[in-house]
Design a protein around this ligand. Structure first.
Ligand code: ATP
Ligand code: MG
Length: 575
């Protein structure tokens, strides 16, 4: 394949953003360089939607030998906190991306932004308006009606400069004056009807303290911050499409060092999930979850604690791609990406979530055998380990039925099954408590079947996981499920989203689970597959030497293939 063919092939598979950037590079725009940024507002923890933006911005920079900055868009002193600034850095690094020394803060540009505002005033492109917020709203007009010009719109440059300076000096209370761009009150695009550029906010900022009492609006600060940093492509979500003319207007009316290109893409929406920081904050503040890093949260820190890997999240972001129309991605696709990655890397162990005692009557009480178990059939390098076997074991409660229905191939009275890596056992007796609950099984084992194979070719239909009672470690296991019952929880209005919509079973905590002794030494955050049960990880917050706490990351059942197939069929039938 010659070189030209190769690049053509590559271009074919590019999404619309990468295609566009590739064109810019080919035309030597910006001297062929690519510089992007990820610009979070530090008013909450990052979530899976941000991961999409991070993977896109840092990914594009890497693919085009460019750079990506981390910029905190910290222009709203009321809602922003240092805690968020720190968590955001941790999360971006954890996802596998590095801004090197390029960490910036919009607040670091306050002086420069102020100067740009003064430049606009001098050129007659901005004025101080003294209408109240309410009046400004009224004057703005509607989608069908043009706006009206403020009576203050034609103040002289000198008066505007004087007032703006005094706004900065703290002479006025919040809400009395704002700085507005002088554009067009009749514009069909409401964004262009003399948008506010600065407002008075007498609040302490987490970085600049009380140095400022006027703060720039997003539309003014964002494009100029991009320009100050020499950003070439400013990637943002679709709701900013209407703001692009304003982005360009500001840059065209001041002496900006460069003019970045804004390109919009669809934000990620996930089924059964909310991704609004305001609503996520409410979940935390009202105690519906244990914090921003509750493993049920769609935050990066929640997913990390739950046992998701950076690789699996990055794979998910590649799979969903970037497009120009909004849609809801099935959460099953995220789960599929997690399983796919963990299947390769997670060591297999045996863990019994709901233990049922089993006594092997023909096995000596003072004997322990160590049996060979494969650590990961997907990874030949992972090797084997020794698991102890003894007279008293635990198996999973649900693996026994006194009256087994059809197709139940696990243990039942008189039936023989295989214990994984161990022996065939046969159930000979069932012990019950006074209420009739099964509390213990009496079994015999066949010494000829060590390792799980019978020399006479005898077949058994079921293979169960188990642990040795004397050797097992007790653990608390937390089973997590979706936080919301509705596929699109945002469809429910207001606070009902929480009251009506929360899944009451999103967390089920099991005490006295029994796991292999090797887990005693597992480090917080370590991930395992409990055979037949799912992927689990040691909780990084609550697990200790005294008490092992394990989170279920995801069950083994993958429903993605089914959904995908249904989608394909639907597509076929509509063609
Ligand atoms: P919210 O509206 O919930 O507060 P936001 O978009 O204001 O979220 P920011 O901190 O401003 O949050 O987001 C930083 C970057 O991440 C922005 O470029 C934004 O477009 C992007 N982003 C936020 N949410 C999503 C999402 N769901 N999908 C893709 N990108 C997103
Ligand atoms: Mg934002």
């Amino acid at each position: 394949m010659d070189h030209k063919q190769k690049t053509e092939q590559k271009t074919e598979s590019l999404d619309f953003i990468r295609t566009r950037i590739a064109e810019d590079v080919a035309q030597n725009k910006n001297n062929g360089s690519v510089h992007t940024r990820f610009p979070p507002e530090p008013n909450g923890y990052l979530h899976i939607g941000h991961a999409k933006s991070i993977c896109l911005n840092f990914g594009v920079a890497k693919e085009f030998n460019g750079k990506c900055n981390l910029r905190f868009d910290d222009t709203n002193p009321a809602k922003e906190e240092v805690e968020y600034v720190q968590s955001i850095q941790e999360d971006v690094h954890w996802l596998g991306y590095d801004w090197e020394d390029r960490i910036f803060y919009t607040s670091g540009y306050f002086e420069k932004l102020y100067e740009f505002a003064v430049e606009l005033i001098r050129k007659g492109f901005a004025y101080v308006d003294s209408l109240s917020a309410e009046e400004i709203r009224e004057y703005r007009g509607t989608l069908t009606e043009p706006g009206r010009e403020s009576p203050y719109r034609n103040r002289s440059v000198a008066e505007n400069l004087d007032l703006f300076e005094r706004m900065r000096a703290g002479e006025f209370t919040g809400g009395t004056h704002v700085l507005r761009a002088k554009i067009d009150m009749a514009s069909p695009n409401i964004v262009m009807r003399d948008p506010t550029l600065y407002r008075i906010r007498k609040a302490t900022h987490h970085r600049t303290g009380d140095a400022w009492c006027i703060y720039p609006m997003y539309d003014f600060a964002h494009c100029l911050s991009d320009a100050i940093e020499g950003i070439t492509h400013s990637l943002c979500t679709l709701e900013f499409e209407n703001n692009r003319p304003l982005y360009d207007w500001v840059l065209d009316h001041v002496s900006a060092p460069c003019h970045p290109q804004q390109i919009e893409f669809a934000r990620l929406n996930l089924s059964y999930t909310i991704l609004s920081k305001r609503k996520l904050l409410k979940l935390v503040e009202d105690g519906y979850v244990s914090g921003w890093d509750d493993p049920r949260m769609p935050t990066i820190s929640g997913m990390r604690r739950r046992g998701f890997t950076p690789q699996s999240i990055r794979n998910f972001c590649v799979r969903i791609g970037v497009a120009k129309f909004n849609s809801i991605v099935d959460i099953e696709l995220l789960e599929h990406s997690i399983r796919e990655d963990l299947n390769k890397r997670a060591p297999r162990v045996m863990g019994v979530l709901q233990p049922l005692r089993v006594v092997i009557e023909n096995y000596s009480a003072d004997k322990t055998e160590y049996l060979n178990a494969v650590n990961n059939p997907e990874d030949p390098d992972a090797g084997t380990r020794q698991v102890p076997f003894s007279r008293i074991l635990y198996i999973e409660k649900e693996d026994f039925r006194e009256e087994p229905p059809k197709k139940f191939f696990r243990l039942a009275p008189g039936r023989e099954v295989r214990l994984r890596y161990a022996y065939f056992i046969t159930c000979t007796d069932v012990i019950k408590d006074e209420q009739g609950n099964v509390v213990e099984l009496r079994c015999t084992y066949d010494p000829q079947t060590r390792g799980g194979d019978s020399p006479d070719g005898r077949k058994v239909k079921g293979t169960l996981h188990w642990v040795s009672a004397a050797h097992a470690v007790t653990a608390e296991v937390r089973l997590y499920d979706r936080l919301f019952l509705k596929r699109n929880p945002d469809e429910v209005n207001g606070n009902e989203i929480f009251a009506v919509n929360l899944n009451p079973d999103s967390l089920v905590t099991l005490q006295n689970c029994r796991v292999e002794p090797g887990l005693k030494n597992a480090a917080p955050g370590e991930i395992f597959q409990f055979e037949r049960k799912g992927y689990f990880c040691i909780d990084t917050k609550d697990s200790s030497m005294e008490k092992l706490v394990v989170n279920r990351t995801v069950s083994l059942r993958d429903s993605w293939a089914k959904i995908e197939k249904a989608g394909e069929q639907k597509e076929k039938s509509t063609k």
